[in-house]
Design a protein around this ligand. Structure first.
Ligand code: NAD
Length: 481
């Protein structure tokens, strides 16, 4: 693949600059596929100035007028599904099927953005005789979205579309490890006819994020990434009196009961922890077996050994990620756990960043780390009762997703009532809500109020203005006749 230079997209143009750059590596073979510019506060300032001008007119359009641009963009997304998928695969390494699924999700998110025009009809009510109260949403102005490497198309589509649909101008800061997809996104925005300056892409890392957090004209930001960085960004943005919603990492629990339907449980558990190499914030990390679930666990272990081959495995994002996962396996062994499948032993002649799924068993001893691993590692714990299993989950500092596998309605209802996570599933490995339901965790998986997608996101990207109206019925109106 030809090595391309990834520039910023400001005021409807890709801006050539002499900024420092960083190499973007292909996870599949380690080659350099691009160099990405590392922006500073000057480039953020340029994007803000362009956004300021563009947003003045954009905010005056009605939802229906804005929706027309999104309908065009939706068609373009559909037409460019293959191009976008290949791009995601080249920079992130995920399989083409996972990349297709990511673009399909972006399409669904765009359908939701289009629907806002039809659905966000505001309340109006006569609150006492002759007096009405009504609500209007107002855009915030210039806003920003900072995204991680693992979903270079989906996560920007969580935030960019709804924010712009609500009348804001948006500055996207993609992950410096996967910045190519955002260039395609910018091209499609241009082709769909969005006014220049309404959508900008600022590339870079920490410096660019800090400049966004500090810029007083940027009124709100969303962040998606690891918990330590989410905390830093949330503190910095809110310290600057900005509205912020920062989604962090996760360690998601699946609770398995002996009465779970075995076929469904086995395939969902495997897909949840090993799909996309575990690089999903909703991937299963811990399986808590209530009582004896050996008949299911043994099938999971056998099947995972089967899939660990060159044909099935996609790479992880970097060499550092491989080292991190392999070190985790060593630590687990040293901590007294039993290793049921050791992905760190996987050998391949491929040049990229490869490791295989692992399964660690703590049922007979060993201490599990509380922190996120962010890779295909399933850690099994035992519990003698449902209450004990729920306690295990609720002791986790994270609260993104969790699921229970059972055929009992009563057991699932008890669990759903008690589990501490933002997104809960019953008999489903990855309980991601679909539009118009919102996405977002709790505890250390999210800082800030509200959710990042669906109806909840509309509140985040706008102010709700309340209007109270009273007219005197006494005055004679003669200018109408
Ligand atoms: P990351 O935290 O390293 O980076 C995220 C973004 O923050 C990037 O754009 C990066 O440039 C920027 N950044 C990195 N360090 C920074 C610093 N010190 N100051 C300011 N900005 C900084 O995350 P990642 O490795 O790209 O993505 C993986 C992580 O994202 C995992 O922890 C995963 O669980 C999480 N994630 C969470 C969700 C969710 O919905 N909760 C979704 C996807 C990914």
């Amino acid at each position: 693949m030809e090595c391309i230079r990834i520039e910023n997209y400001i005021n409807g143009e890709f801006v050539t600059s002499s900024l420092n750059t960083m190499d973007v590596k292909s996870p599949s073979d380690g080659s350099t596929i691009a160099s990405v510019v590392l922006s500073t506060k000057d480039e953020v300032e340029q994007a803000v100035q362009a956004a300021k001008i563009a947003q003045k007119d954009w905010k005056k359009l009605s939802y229906k007028q804005r929706a027309k641009f999104f309908f065009k963009y939706l068609v373009l997304l559909e037409e460019n599904r293959e191009v976008l998928s290949v791009c995601i695969q080249s920079e992130n390494g995920k399989s083409i099927l996972d990349a297709n699924a990511e673009v399909d999700k972006a399409i669904e998110l765009c359908e939701f953005a289009c629907s806002i025009a039809q659905d966000d009809v505001h309340a109006i009510s006569e609150v006492s005789t002759g007096i009405t109260c009504s609500e209007q949403r107002r855009p915030l102005g210039i806003v920003s979205s900072i995204s991680p490497f693992n979903f270079p198309i989906m996560v920007p589509h969580w935030t960019v579309l709804n924010a712009i649909m609500m009348g804001n101008a948006m500055i996207l800061k993609p992950s410096e490890m996967t910045p190519i997809s955002a260039q395609h996104m910018a091209r499609l925005f241009k082709e769909a006819g969005f006014p220049d300056g309404i959508f900008s892409v600022i590339n870079g890392g920490k410096d660019a994020v800090e400049a966004i957090c500090d810029h007083e004209d940027i009124k709100a930001l969303s962040f998606v990434g690891s918990t330590p960085v989410a905390k830093i960004v949330y503190k910095r943005a809110t310290n600057n009196l900005k509205r912020a919603l920062c989604l962090g990492g996760a360690k998601n629990f699946l609770i398995l009961t002996p009465d779970a339907e075995p076929k469904m449980a086995v395939s969902d558990i495997i897909a949840s922890f090993s799909g996309m190499n575990g690089q999903r914030c909703m991937a299963a990390s811990v399986l808590v077996a209530v009582g004896n679930c050996d008949h299911i666990i043994s099938q999971v272990v056998d099947a995972v050994k089967e899939i660990s081959n060159d044909e099935n495995l996609a790479p992880v994002i970097s060499n550092a990620a491989v080292t991190n996962l392999n070190t985790y396996m060593e630590k687990a062994q040293n901590n007294g756990a039993k290793i049921l499948v050791d992905g760190s032993q996987y050998k391949t002649n491929k040049k990229g960043y490869y490791t295989a799924p692992s399964i660690i068993d703590y049922r007979e001893g060993g201490t599990m780390e509380k922190e996120e691993v962010f890779g295909a590692v399933l850690e099994i714990k035992g519990a003698s009762s449902l209450e004990e299993a729920l306690r295990e989950q609720n002791n986790s500092p994270y609260g993104n997703g969790t699921s229970i596998f059972t055929q009992s309605g009563r057991v699932s209802e008890d669990a759903v009532r008690e589990l501490e996570a933002g997104m809960i599933g019953v008999n489903i490995g990855i309980p991601v809500p679909r539009e118009p339901f919102s996405f977002g965790g709790i505890k250390d998986s999210k800082f800030g109020y509200g959710d990042i997608t669906g109806k909840q996101s509309l509140n985040f990207w706008s102010d709700l203005i309340k209007v109270t109206t009273k007219y005197s019925g006494e005055n004679k109106i003669d200018w109408m006749s």
